[in-house]
Design a protein around this ligand. Structure first.
Ligand code: SAM
Ligand code: SF4
Ligand code: SF4
Length: 354
């Protein structure tokens, strides 16, 4: 189903701004096989203790409580979700829940070629592959790894297996890939996929963010317009973060202007980390520990009450708040300092799932 045309489940609980609990991002691991400079620039990290990482059964049970309260879309992410052994088994477990209308995956694509068919057979509905450049040398510089060809093989495999709505997510960075927007649109078109350009965000701590590296939505549109001519916005964005556009040749693409035009007002998503911490916002400093009550044997009503209390008290609008700081000249560098990140690895983007 197209995110933008989807109707809000009238049964979903709402937060203090009337935003429904609808979309859940499940980080299945904090580990990753790449080291993207905007996300995990360091070589080593403090990893979540293995015994704390939720089993697939625990994830499915927890997800069930969220679904009871309104969630109907689930996205598996990470770290790199395909590093988690036997991910198709989790997809099969989640598929048994009739309240979930969409199970999606965000991956860096490195391991996708080997797993695409099995993921599809398990019931995965949609795949988004992150691809920031079409140049192998840039890919290596950005990710610290020589895996470019495997990512392209992964995209090819996902397209040939037949995933509908294949998406490619590109973080647009000034001075890095701003000369590749057209090439990426054309590349995606070749695979009947849609590229979505994401503005660089100042989450994380060591991610080398600065405002002058942000390629804004307006600049992207200007650049794309210069090449193709008229760009028509596609109406009906709903709670989807991407504004979609159509080119004169009917090719479509999206922009997620998280930094210059945040979509907090419509945000219906929250995140559970691999060890069961629940974050109400990508920028939230604190989360709620759901693993503890789950493992202590809290029953369904107790677990639902914790989630209900959390969501109905939600006031988060992290990206808008960051933008407000910019207006008064106080937005500098990343959100969280490196020392604080070492104390609490949950605060990293790769732990909470982007
Ligand atoms: N490893 C998987 C991947 O890269 O697709 C899934 C996890 S990753 C954290 C999810 C998404 O967050 C990716 O598309 C990545 O490009 C995006 N991301 C990470 N850091 C970002 C940043 N500073 N600004 C914007 N997007 C970012
Ligand atoms: Fe890159 Fe995704 Fe890994 Fe972050 S989690 S370093 S975005 S591949
Ligand atoms: Fe939602 Fe927080 Fe992102 Fe705003 S910053 S869109 S509230 S997750």
């Amino acid at each position: 189903m197209d995110e933008s045309t989807e109707r809000v489940n009238p049964g979903a609980i709402q937060d203090t701004f009337g935003r429904p609990l609808k979309s859940l991002r499940l980080s299945v691991t904090d580990r990753c096989n790449l080291r993207c400079r905007y996300c995990m620039p360091e070589t080593d990290y403090v990893w979540l203790p293995r015994e704390d990482v939720l089993s697939f059964e625990e994830i499915a049970t927890l997800t069930g409580y969220f679904v009871d309260l309104g969630v109907d879309r689930v996205r598996l992410t990470g770290g790199e979700p395909l590093l988690r052994r036997d991910l198709p088994r989790l997809i099969r477990l989640l598929s048994q829940n009739r309240g979930i209308s969409e199970i999606a995956l965000t991956t860096n694509g490195v391991l996708l070629a080997d797993q695409a068919q099995e993921l599809y057979d398990a019931g995965l509905h949609r795949v988004t592959v992150s691809l920031d450049t079409l140049r192998p040398d840039r890919f290596r510089r950005l990710t610290g790894r020589d895996e470019f060809s495997r990512v392209l093989e992964g995209i090819e495999a996902a397209a040939s297996v037949g995933f509908p709505d294949l998406k490619l997510d590109t973080v647009a960075i000034r001075g890095f890939n701003d000369d590749e927007l057209i090439a990426l649109i054309e590349y995606a078109k070749h695979y009947h996929a849609e590229v979505r350009f994401i503005e660089y965000m100042d989450v994380g701590g060591a991610n080398e963010w600065s405002m002058d590296k942000v390629l804004s939505r307006d600049l992207m549109l200007e650049h794309i317009h210069r090449h193709y001519g008229e760009i028509t916005p596609i109406p009906g964005r709903g709670a989807a973060p991407a504004q979609r556009y159509c080119l004169p040749n009917e090719t479509t693409f999206g922009i997620i202007p998280s930094t210059t035009n945040p979509f907090c007002a419509q945000c219906d998503r929250s995140r559970v980390t691999a060890d069961g911490m629940w974050y109400l916002c990508l920028y939230a400093i604190g989360g709620m520990d759901l693993r503890k009550p789950l493992r202590l044997g809290a029953g369904p009503e107790h677990m639902r009450q914790i989630i209900r209390d959390g969501w109905t008290g939600r006031r988060d609008r992290g990206a808008e708040a960051r933008k407000d700081l910019e207006a008064v000249g106080l937005r500098e560098g990343g959100l969280i300092g490196i020392e604080r990140l070492r104390e609490d690895p949950h605060l990293e983007m790769h732990a909470r799932g982007g």
